[in-house]
Design a protein around this ligand. Sequence first.
Ligand code: HGY
Ligand code: MN
Ligand code: MN
Length: 392
Amino acid sequence: MAIDENRFLADLHALREFGAAGVGKGVTRPAYSQADIAARRWLATRMQEAGLQPHFDPVGNLFGLAQEPSLLMGSHSDSQPEGGWLDGALGVIAALEVARASDRPISVVSFQDEEGRFGVTTGSAIWSGGLNLSQADSLTDHAGVTLGAARASMRDLARGFVDPGQFTGFIEMHIEQGPSLDESGDLIGVVTDIVGIRDMVISFEGQQNHAGTTPMHLRRDAFQALSLFNAEINTRFRNVVTPQTVWTIGHVEVHPNASSIVPGRARFSMQWRDSDPDRLLRMEEIIRKTAQDIADRLEMGLAFGPMLGLEPVSMDRALQAKLEVGAQRVAPGKWRSMPSGALHDATNIAKLMPAAMLFVPSIKGISHDFAEDTLEKDLIAGLHALVIAVNG
Ligand code: HGY
Ligand code: MN
Ligand code: MN
């Protein structure tokens, strides 16, 4: 059966309705939210209609299983707090369409909490054995909700873990989420490697006090500690990082977050990524040492939360070669092999079986933003390249 482009696009737009938010095609569909669970229930019916056996595992990963050994394809359907309609969703819907059209047995998956409300690519990390379920259950989101409490809302759907032994490999289609394809005019990216990541929460504890009566030299202002820390790591990283290295302080809680109170506590996320594990380690050493130096200098308490992370990983060469054939057929001379600066479930699955990824362009390289988008003609081109690769 051939690919049905209209059905593929209609499913993408239907999925976007679950948690539709903001301008354009934005979504807010965090793991285990009502929108996420409703979206997964809808995906389960679409999988059943495609002749696949829907199966939720204890974490909320949703599989659509073929009845024989199969190639696994998919991604995730949870989103960032302000996410785009394609991040993850594209890979799940493309997998579903390929499963309908391919003459090969294809199983489909939507992993849970790839966006890390609780961890880092949490659902596929647990399924692939990289994260222990009972340990993961005590992970909390920024509001203090535990993964264990959140996943209890899917208890009625949960069955056992799926045996990875039934799958011959994993292919994930995804938007690039960066500027390379958009700037070069290439239509398809065949992913060679995925960067590694480290992520932890750091807290400075000073002294809450009156913003009018507390002289500057007597203050122990936790925001000043954070501000100095950020400036100092940018300096100390200079001789360690490359133009591809990234680091982000994306989530900050200043307590009590009031205009007339000197902040007593600053609690913030510290995340860094690179393709070299040694560089990730050197950056971790600089981060810990700099935080300690600042705490000592400003007489602050200092606490490091647990550090989560994934190692850099290479994609399977044989599967890349299949994707290259599809890319060359669909976009001759307008495709490239490239690394991924974003994290993906493929990082975890690569521990279990051959894994590979195919990218399509992100307009202006924007992602993790309501404005994320891709031309529909580019989505279709990627889908056709995928089918050629899978059937080849
Ligand atoms: O952050 C990432 O790279 C992924 O989009 N969750
Ligand atoms: Mn993603
Ligand atoms: Mn994402």
